[in-house]
Design a protein around this ligand. Structure first.
Ligand SMILES: NC(=O)c1ccc[n+]([C@@H]2O[C@H](COP(=O)([O-])OP(=O)(O)OC[C@H]3O[C@@H](n4cnc5c(N)ncnc54)[C@H](OP(=O)(O)O)[C@@H]3O)[C@@H](O)[C@H]2O)c1
Length: 291
């Protein structure tokens, strides 16, 4: 018994120390005048990230597929204090469009300090994998390849500004989650690509930071509509999530876990107690509501 209690006690103490001693703060002067591209910013967490940067006086470039929503978000950004707010309508399922967005952002903003890769889409739905290759290809394009395409175009500008890349991931990018095979595969791919890129930046002494945000269930309209009746977990607020993402990006932290206590223990225990972790996670699914 003592043999089990001691490692568990150490894990808890370690987690507490990590959580409470990493509570640095940021101030608007750290962000004022910075040039930020936020993808998937017509709604959800991306919209809130754009507002958080705007409140601190950044110049923002927004992108998604819906013009009317983007126009509205851009207007709100200016009211909140953005130095400037541009938007470009684009479908990230098309890699040439992704390329154009990065080029246009650099042109409009006169360079780039933050590349926030946040959009999520594709034709897949929440449910059992039935061999749908089209959904897999669509998700791979929108949720993985377009991120890399945007990064490849923005790389030179980010190296010049010693800027930052922010990548939105999920617990599904660390632990295989059922009923989201295509999404899960894209998030694992992102985690692999961007953790590798981060090491290259460090070893090549290129001062570009890579922040991967590992998120739990967040109360965006789309997420709640898609999975709200299929899981028992409660959703965390998108506004707080966005504030934490921006803080982690400005502090150039390699990783963010939000909500911390809902994510970090699972990630830490994934390899130490895999059976326990899958047993606990499986309990969240309302199987009677999932096809
Ligand atoms: N919410 C959660 O529970 C949760 C949990 C873990 C991780 N995350 C991650 O956090 C990020 C944001 O999630 P969210 O819940 O805020 O998403 P969301 O509310 O569904 O918003 C997605 C954004 O992406 C845009 N988009 C969708 N398909 C697109 C396409 N083909 N081309 C260009 N833009 C496209 C949407 O705008 P248009 O429709 O106008 O194109 C929208 O602005 C995602 O990377 C997601 O994986 C979210």
């Amino acid at each position: 018994m003592v043999g089990i209690k001691l490692p568990l006690f150490s894990v808890v103490i370690g987690l507490c120390a990590y959580y409470f001693y990493s509570t640095e703060t940021i101030t608007p002067d750290m962000v004022k005048g910075k040039r930020v591209l936020v993808t998937g910013s017509s709604t959800g967490i991306g919209e809130q990230i754009a507002y958080t940067f705007s409140e601190m006086g950044a110049h923002v470039m927004l992108t998604a597929r819906r013009a009317k929503q983007l126009q509205e978000v851009a207007k709100n950004c200016l009211q909140l204090g953005a130095g400037s707010a541009h938007y470009m309508v684009s479908d990230m399922g098309n890699l040439t469009s992704a390329q154009n967005v990065a080029q246009e952002a650099i042109k409009k903003l006169g360079g780039l300090d933050y590349l926030v890769l946040n959009h999520v889409g594709g034709s897949g739905s929440f449910g059992t994998f039935k061999g749908d290759m089209e959904a897999l290809l669509s998700s791979t394009n929108v949720n993985f390849l377009s991120y890399v395409q945007l990064t490849s175009i923005a790389l030179k500008a980010l190296l010049e500004s010693q800027g930052s890349i922010v990548v939105m991931s999920s617990l599904s990018g660390r632990i295989g989650a059922p009923f989201t095979t295509s999404y899960c595969a894209a998030k694992f791919a992102l985690e692999g690509f961007y953790s590798s890129l981060r090491r290259e930046f460090v070893l090549n002494k290129s001062n570009v930071s890579v922040t991967v945000a590992v998120l739990g269930f967040i109360d965006t309209e789309n997420a709640v509509r898609k999975v709200g009746d299929k899981v028992t977990m409660s959703a965390s607020p998108k506004e707080e999530c966005a504030a934490e993402v921006v803080k982690a990006a400005v502090l150039r932290q390699p990783e963010l876990f939000y909500p911390f206590w809902g994510i970090k223990p699972f990630v830490l225990l994934r390899d130490l107690a895999p059976t326990l972790i899958t047993h606990l996670l499986d309990k969240f699914y309302l199987l009677e509501n999932i096809k």
